[in-house]
Design a protein around this ligand. Structure first.
Ligand code: FES
Ligand SMILES: [Fe+2]
Length: 333
């Protein structure tokens, strides 16, 4: 039994790049504390499978096995399982009907935006929508996922924290003055942060100079959509980002970033390096915050002194209150 909130259990989480799951390949991953094996039969048309990484015979990790055409064979005694997770062959007894329990726990699995998405519970909706991904003439970018020893909520919070740019990303970005004009709204559909206008930024010798406007939405506890229009500088263009944080465990996460943009393709290699560096700095910071779990408002326990909030923290304050309201208990305190 996985001890996570239904809102996380019944949601889709990115767990691998599709390109890393060719026919015949076996991968392991971990989601909400559950070890998973991902594999694709040798048929290139066959979908990726996501299963509990445990053979019910003696408990061997199935990820140590091998793909035999359209079955996955366990490394220990060679029991073979078809794509529905049903045992179809017990080699020492080829004529024996496998026992009723010879069935692997399988999970919902989809391939979208270049990633493999898994739901451990009953999906409450489809894979997160990202319509901008399919707009004509846009660049579709799936960044390298970033692993961090941090609560996923810490990573989302950094994404909506507007006053850290100039400091945490000091070497990476030239960013705006601390600004006070953004509005935060909590509705039944989540949180919206809008009309964040950057004043003209001065370059100060940094690599990025721009003015822009943006808006953000958090429709789900571990998902952030950001829309930015950059009106000058090397990365001029419209950007839509889907940031999906995968909860590996309560204090371990993976940050997945999907970008759709009409920026100049020639600038892409440079932008990829820049974007990856900014994200790595965010994850680096999240890993070092104490407590490791996200303190809610009001807190769930009082082991740590309460964080201090000032007006420019209002997006993260709203996020913490919202997580409390919707009853999140996993990875928070
Ligand atoms: S443990 Fe898998 S076949 Fe025996
Ligand atoms: Fe950041």
């Amino acid at each position: 039994m996985i001890a996570a909130d239904p809102i996380l259990l019944n949601d889709w989480h990115a767990v691998a790049k599709v390109e890393d799951c060719p026919p015949g390949k076996i991968l392991t991953t971990r989601l909400l504390g559950e070890d998973l094996v991902l594999w694709r039969p040798l048929d290139p048309q066959a979908p990726v499978q996501a299963w509990q990484d445990r053979c019910p015979h003696r408990g061997a990790p199935l990820s140590l096995g091998k793909v035999c055409d359209r079955t996955l064979a366990c490394v220990y005694h060679g029991w073979e399982y078809d794509p529905t997770g049903k045992c179809v062959l017990i080699p020492p007894h080829p004529a024996l009907e496998p026992p009723a329990g010879a069935q692997i726990k399988t999970y919902h699995c989809r391939e979208r935006y270049g990633a493999v998405w898994v739901c451990l519970g009953t999906p409450s909706a489809d894979v997160p929508p990202f319509p901008e991904w399919d707009e004509p003439n846009c660049l579709q970018i799936l960044s390298e996922p970033i692993h961090g020893n941090a609560s996923g909520f810490r990573l989302v919070e950094i994404g909506i924290d507007f006053t850290h740019f100039r400091y945490l990303h000091n070497q990476t970005e030239c960013n705006p003055q601390v600004h006070e004009d953004f509005q935060v709204e909590m509705t039944t559909d989540g949180i919206t942060v809008c009309e964040r206008h950057f004043p003209d930024a001065d370059s100060q010798g940094k690599r990025v100079t721009y003015t822009s406007t943006s808006s953000m939405k958090i429709p789900h506890p571990l998902r952030l959509y950001s829309y930015i229009e950059i009106t000058q500088g090397p990365y001029k263009g419209r950007f839509a980002f889907l940031t999906a944080i995968t909860p590996v465990e309560e204090e371990k996460s993976v940050q997945w970033s999907f970008t759709a943009t009409n920026m100049d393709k020639a600038m892409l290699p440079q932008w990829l390096v820049f974007n990856q560096q900014v994200q790595q700095e965010d994850v680096w910071m999240a890993e070092r915050l104490q407590p490791k779990r996200m303190p809610l408002i009001p807190p769930t326990d009082n082991k740590w002194p309460a964080d201090l909030h000032v007006p420019s923290d209002r997006s993260s304050v709203t996020y913490r209150k919202w997580l409390k309201q919707i009853g999140v208990t996993y990875g928070v305190c």
